[in-house]
Design a protein around this ligand. Sequence first.
Ligand SMILES: NC(=O)c1ccc[n+]([C@@H]2O[C@H](COP(=O)([O-])OP(=O)(O)OC[C@H]3O[C@@H](n4cnc5c(N)ncnc54)[C@H](OP(=O)(O)O)[C@@H]3O)[C@@H](O)[C@H]2O)c1
Length: 283
Amino acid sequence: MGLSHPSLARPVSLSTIAIVGNGNLTWHFSRVLGGRCVVAGHRREDDSGDKSPVPYAQLSNYPLEAVFLAVPDNEIAAASQQLRGILQPHIPIFHTSGATPADRISGYFQHRGVLWPIRSLRRGEAVSHWRDLPLVIYASTEPGATYLRRLAAELSDTVTWLDDLQRAQLHLAAVFSNNFVTALYDIAYQLCDAKDIPFELLLPIIRHTAHSQDGRRPAVRQTGAAVRGDTATMERHLSLLQRPEYRQLYRDISRLIFEYRLPKDDPDLRRDANDDLEDKGIA
Ligand SMILES: NC(=O)c1ccc[n+]([C@@H]2O[C@H](COP(=O)([O-])OP(=O)(O)OC[C@H]3O[C@@H](n4cnc5c(N)ncnc54)[C@H](OP(=O)(O)O)[C@@H]3O)[C@@H](O)[C@H]2O)c1
């Protein structure tokens, strides 16, 4: 479509997209949408150097094509309630949360939905290739869906329609594959730091493991002591771990790694493997 970061090159727009909230997501959305959006907020103070958000009451002065709620998940209902009466009920309104159902938006609005970018987005850290950023969309009505499909296709090459339950499940999967992995990196950082080892030495293996994911079940690429059932190495590792919670985490994850290397459809094999690890004091 020839539309590129940082702003979608669009002739002077007759309609405007309102973004409610002035945090991380708004920082990114307002850059990619450029002059076609207005940021609205429940407060006027903004020490970020960006334009101050306009008060809700002024939104009625804009020819709005849609509204995006980029507020904390637990504020979606309240923010949409505050917009009742200010906005026409036929204006499509979407939130941007992975874990929150679309109907958390006030039922005053006829066309409700979700546009969820699958990425950790922080204010000030620009997305270099928006078209590579997967977007998950959902809308409660056909007109909402038509609008959202068109807008999402302008922004990204990967747009996936998921209902509320599917999106919540994907959000959960993202916690395991992103937040939990980052927590494990942090333990690795602490272990290096405790012995004056540069954490940077691990960056190539971290990047290699991430890049080698190819869509197949990740367990097929697992390596290391746990998948080999190398209890001598695991016991040595356990003796090096000072914190009891890290020892427990090591045992639990090692047990899962060992379990998942086995054929999924063979319960006998799985039970034997767990018994084996328990006998060796690992599980
Ligand atoms: N950041 C990410 O990585 C990311 C990625 C995908 C999806 N999302 C989703 O995007 C949404 C926003 O996340 P965020 O990271 O941008 O949050 P954020 O940085 O905390 O910003 C939230 C903004 O909403 C404002 N706000 C709070 N309560 C409000 C209310 N009742 N009415 C109007 N505005 C209100 C806050 O203003 P005050 O600070 O003045 O209260 C703040 O400007 C969430 O639903 C989140 O799940 C975030």
